[in-house]
Each structure stands twice: as C-alpha cells, then as structure tokens.
Write a protein that binds this ligand. Structure first.
Ligand code: PMP
Length: 370
C-alpha cells in the first residue's frame, strides 16, 4: 500500500475496481508533463514515438506475463468485453460447426444472446439447473470435436464461481472471457485460442478491452465483415487502426509493470489465494454468513455471500450490514442487482488488509446480531 492514505477506504467494487495506489500516484505525477515531453499522455498523437513505446511496452509485458510467443497477438480494443461476445463468433464461426458454450451464469447468458442472433451454437454443458452454484462437469463426451470453438467464462463475476482447471478441447479453440480474473493466477495460456477481458477489474481503467488471439484464428474471418469488427484489422494496425483508448492503454502498461514487480502471476496468485481464504474462513466459521457456491468452485476474485439466506430477516440484516460496513470504511459490498445478497470483489490490487478488515467486521457484526 501507498505510504499516504488520502482518506481512501477499502473498496470491494466488482468493477471498475481498485487500481494499485503506486500506479495512481505515477499517473498523477506524469499527468501534466509526460516524461519530459511537455504535454500529457492524453495530448499526444497515438502515432507519436512516445505512444509507440507505450503500446509496445503494454504488448510485450502482456506476452511476457502470460508466457506467450509470436503466434499470439495482443490487442487493446474499444467496446469492452461485451463487444467480444459478438466479435468472437463473427470472426471465428465456421459453417456447419456450431459453437459449444459452457453456460455458467450471467456473462455466458450474454454471450449466448449474441450467438442466438445469427450463429449456430449449442449449450454443451450448463450449471443453470443448480442455480449456477456449481460449475457443470465436463467429460470426454461433453464437447463436440467438430465445433468452431468452445466458449467459456473463467470467473463468474456475479455468481462467484471460478474454473480451477480448464477442459481439454483438443484441436477445437478455447475462447475464454477472462474479464474478472485475467492475470490473477498462473495458467497455461497457450491452451486458449482467444482470451478477452475488459480492463476495469485487474488491468486498468474501463474503456479498454484486452484481446489475446492466436494469429491463425484471425484469418478465419470473412473480409466482408465491417473493418472495425475484424481482428485482422487490429492485428495489422497494431491496435491503432483508429484512435485507440490511449490513456487507458498507458495505465494498463503501468499496471502490467506493477504485476511484474509483484513477482509475476505466481506471486499474484499466492496473494490472491491468501486474501480469499481470509474471507472464506470468516464465512465458514460463522452461523450467520453463508456462501452459496460449491466449495471447490468458489472464486478467489468475487466472494458471494448471504446473511441467513433462509430467514425472513435476511434482507434487513444485509441492509444493516452494508450500512455499517460503509461507516467502517468498507464499501461496495452489495451483491449484483440480479442476484442480491453480498459480494466482496478482491481483485489483484485489493490489499490483504482490506480482507482482514472485512473478516473482522463480519465477526463483530455476528457477535452483535446473534
Ligand atoms: N464478462 C464478465 C465476466 C464480466 O464480469 C463483465 C463485466 N462485469 C463483462 C463480461 C462485460 O464487460 P464490459 O462491461 O467491459 O463489456
């Protein structure tokens, strides 16, 4: 944490979320005069040499952190993860080869909504009948070896579940929405054909979407697709076919440098595990708080919990919890409006101290309310 506090609170927002304080300070320090250029990074051309360096640095660091080689392209695009729900099928669907979707919650529902518009697809596995409280089992028979690709969401931001192991999709490309756990743990990223993630949880400010794509897959697209919607365009244009979200890319670069300084993904994962355990231990030791998610599928990024879910007092207690937590400097703990309850989002930049403070607050709240 920064030496100075600035009156900041422990922020459990699901996104846009915490940025490392050292990064915010650096952004502040470089705001008026970017590294001796006499102007702000927001005031230079995206074709300027200084911005070439910003872009090259962000791309190189992404590849380095993810351990990927030249067969992958790293793009920083507009349109958020939501645009990728459309761009992925537009570019990667092949006729007669339906997309296999692994359906695990709200964000795969949104992906399916886009697929329904115009693309052959199939729900290969679904956690819906279990209320998305557990992830579906995937075995050798689950997936179609002739699918255009498999779509999966690595971390379900709203339901609080996270894949710990990924299915082997063989030669079928795995397309993964990693919006809420990108760069939070060490994975074999070469297993994925396409990864996308809105930046606003682990990487930077909103307005930038990181896309990592195996280059050969970008060649599947028809060149009749609108130019801006072809991955190929952005690969050829180095994410600068048009004016990119330049300020956001600059901040992403600083966050990527911060990840490297932390010790890379292994170190980040260890810290994230420790943080999540502090909160899950508090929930599991309690009679009041309950986590609805199957233990082995619980997310280390978004901890979803309820207070006495089967009791008529539940909502009143949750309201009191949120109010008192806020007064104690613990903010944004409300669950997503579609599912209610409570949620602590503790992405990379959320400090361990915030999780300890939350666990302590939960114990005190239970003592007062039982
Ligand atoms: N996928 C997941 C898993 C998300 O958590 C979110 C945003 N919360 C999105 C997609 C949508 O991202 P965006 O707002 O960047 O379009």
């Amino acid at each position: 944490m920064s030496k100075q506090n600035y009156g900041r609170v422990f922020n459990f927002s699901s996104g846009p979320a915490n940025l490392p304080e050292s990064v915010l300070e650096q952004v502040r320090d470089e705001m008026m005069n970017y590294r001796g250029s006499g102007v702000s990074i927001m005031e230079i051309s995206h074709r300027a040499k200084a911005f070439d360096e910003v872009m090259a640095n962000a791309v190189a660091l992404t590849k380095k952190i993810l351990g990927l080689g030249d067969d992958y392209s790293v793009l920083f695009l507009h349109g958020g993860a939501s645009l990728q729900f459309a761009m992925a099928p537009m570019n990667l669907c092949e006729p007669g080869k339906p997309v296999d979707v692994i359906h695990t919650g709200t964000w795969t529902t949104t992906a399916i909504k886009e697929l329904k518009k115009d693309f052959e697809h199939r729900i290969a596995a679904s956690g819906e009948k279990d209320g998305f409280r557990r992830l579906p089992q995937i075995d050798a028979q689950t997936l179609n070896p002739n699918a255009s690709y498999v779509h999966l969401c690595s971390n379900n931001t709203i339901e609080g579940s996270q894949w710990k192991h990924f299915p082997d999709t063989g030669r079928v490309p795995l397309v993964c929405d990693m919006s809420s756990d990108i760069m939070s743990r060490k994975l074999d990223f070469s297993k994925f054909g396409l990864i996308f993630a809105g930046a606003q949880k682990n990487l930077g400010p909103s307005g930038v979407c990181l896309v990592v794509i195996r280059k050969d897959l970008a060649e599947r697209a028809s060149d009749k697709l609108p130019t801006m919607l072809q991955y190929r365009t952005h690969i050829a244009g180095d994410s600068r076919y048009n004016t990119p979200p330049a300020f956001g890319i600059y901040v992403c670069g600083l966050v990527l440098e911060w990840i490297v300084k932390q010790g890379g993904l292994e170190a980040v994962e260890k810290k994230n595990r420790e943080k999540a355990q502090v909160v899950y231990d508090a929930i599991d030791a309690s009679q009041l708080f309950k986590c609805p998610v199957e233990k082995s599928h619980r997310s280390d990024a978004n901890i979803v919990f309820r207070i006495k879910p089967d009791s008529p007092e539940s909502e009143k207690l949750e309201e009191a919890f949120l109010k008192e937590a806020k007064a104690s400097g613990l903010v944004e703990l409300k669950g997503h409006r579609s599912v209610g309850g409570l949620r602590a989002s503790i992405y990379n930049a959320h400090p361990l101290e915030g999780c300890q403070a939350l666990a302590q607050f939960m114990r005190e709240f239970e003592r007062k309310n039982s």
